[in-house]
Design a protein around this ligand. Structure first.
Ligand SMILES: *Cc1c(COP(=O)(O)O)cnc(C)c1O
Length: 461
């Protein structure tokens, strides 16, 4: 039995590490009475400390149930607002495969009704593999983004001829020419002339036609979808609403010469509260704003409500994986007050490359010793021989338990499910982390940690 003060203390630590908070996507995270990290899945629970002691580190743990829940919620929320607000278009969710192509991510999304968005011939090849197994609904819709190489076009045509709904998105006039004989519906991508708050607010976007180019094309054969993808991890709801309005205005003009145009695909961009600090918008308020804007703006423009597609990838995938490392050593940071280096048994440049590439911020928490009273201000160092292999939380510090207070210290990075895997590398020939799957109360090994032989082989040895 927990006494009142013991449970108050426990809640204090839970709050301190920002666990158990739905708006941070940590509602399934908790702390055991022994100060160890727990992840819950319904009434199942996983003690992360026990798991990493058994399977070792560096390790990624995937929670497919989180993907299922997020996809289901997303589709239900869109449909609910469509109904409540009297929107007359349909909603289709397409999971952007490039965000995480692991089978353990894609299949749970598909199981909850996700359609797909692929970015290359090789991603489409995986879809072909999937439908060849015959256990998939052939009504699944596949949007094809990315440069249409001859191999990609061939595969698009093959799958189309097998009855799959494959919609190529045409990005430029060369692709338009190459796809001119395609029998099915097509989409076009526009490079909208709007700027939004996000890391990728690029001045020179190279994807898609300009608005003027599209209007100058006049009638486009079999056109049914207008698509745009502004950016990723968009910081504010307005950054999603503004492009939507602009796109609807273009949609209305394009529809004059293309009566078959009936769908607006608003791409990806929904963000995740990685830092668990400032107030971040909820999916519910974002979806409400989008459906409401679409309805009001269509009425203003006097057009029928188009069907809506979103290709949110990060939003679904990021919170479904955590990455665990062990602290190998402590070093003093020269010239930086009281900060210490903690060296991890993995690498940012290899396993969490966005740390280095785009200065991604992560929420880092201890896996054991979570009730420690004394904490150290640290910077984290990767195990490669590269001075850029580090995480300093933007130059501030990360608070973690002191190493003198326990025999071993493990740490977890939350929200590592989006983009890191396919960008991962082998600097200094370090092995990639093992990948474990936690579902239905059981742990399965999806990918073992690479052996020296396996890593050597990739380099011709
Ligand atoms: C990357 C990408 C997405 C996914 O974006 P998120 O910000 O992860 O949701 C969707 N559509 C296209 C065309 C993309 O390139």
């Amino acid at each position: 039995m927990t006494t009142k003060s013991a449970s108050k203390k426990k809640n204090g630590y839970r709050k301190f590490w920002r666990l158990g908070v739905e708006e941070y996507n940590t509602q399934m995270f908790d702390i055991s009475p022994d100060g160890e990290l727990i992840v819950r899945e319904g009434n199942f629970q996983y003690n992360i400390f026990d798991i990493v002691k058994k399977y070792g580190t560096a390790t990624e743990i995937v929670f497919p149930t989180i993907i299922e829940n997020r996809v289901r919620d997303l589709i239900e929320t869109f449909n609910a607002y469509i109904k409540v607000l009297g929107y007359r278009g349909k909603f289709y969710y397409h999971y952007a495969m490039k965000v995480n192509q692991n089978k353990e991510f894609v299949l749970p999304a598909v199981a909850e009704g996700a359609n797909l968005d692929v970015a290359s011939a090789n991603e489409l090849f995986l879809v072909k593999r999937m439908i060849e197994q015959d256990k998939f609904n052939s009504k699944i819709r596949v949007i094809c983004n990315g440069p249409k190489t001859p191999k990609y076009i061939e595969l698009i045509e093959e799958l189309k001829s097998k009855g799959l709904i494959v919609i190529p998105i045409i990005e430029d006039s060369v692709e338009l020419e190459h796809m001119s004989k395609f029998k099915g519906e097509v989409g076009v991508r526009v490079n909208l002339d709007v700027k939004v708050d996000s890391h990728w607010d690029k001045k020179y976007n190279r994807y898609g036609f300009t608005e003027k180019e599209l209007l100058d094309l006049g009638k486009i054969r079999n056109l049914s979808v207008l698509h745009y993808h502004i950016s990723s991890q968009i910081e504010k709801i307005d950054g999603m609403v503004k492009p939507l309005k602009r796109a609807l205005e273009l949609f209305a003009k394009l529809k004059e010469k293309n009566p078959g145009l009936d769908t607006l695909d608003i791409g990806g961009g929904a963000g995740v509260p990685y830092e668990k600090k400032k107030h971040f918008y909820s999916a519910k308020s974002l979806i409400h704003a989008l459906v409401k804007t679409a309805k009001n703006h269509c009425e203003k423009l006097g057009i029928r409500h188009p069907n809506l597609i979103t290709e949110w990838g990060r939003y679904v995938a990021a919170p479904a994986q955590i990455t665990i490392y062990k602290i190998l050593a402590e070093k003093t940071v020269a010239n930086k007050g009281n900060n210490k280096w903690y060296v991890i048994d993995g690498s940012f440049m290899n396993d969490l490359i966005d740390t280095w590439a785009i200065h991604q911020k992560w929420h880092v928490i201890p896996v054991n010793n979570m009730g420690a009273k004394k904490l150290e201000k640290v910077w984290l160092a990767g195990s490669s021989c590269d001075s850029d292999d580090k995480y300093t939380s933007g130059g501030g510090y990360i608070l973690l338990p002191r190493l003198v207070d326990s025999d071993e210290q493990y740490i977890a990075f939350l929200d590592t499910g989006a983009y890191q895997d396919s960008l991962a590398s082998h600097h200094c020939l370090l092995s990639s982390p093992a990948k474990l799957i936690a579902q239905n109360g059981e742990i399965k090994i999806a990918r073992r940690r690479e052996t020296s032989e396996e890593v050597g082989k990739m380099f011709g040895w």
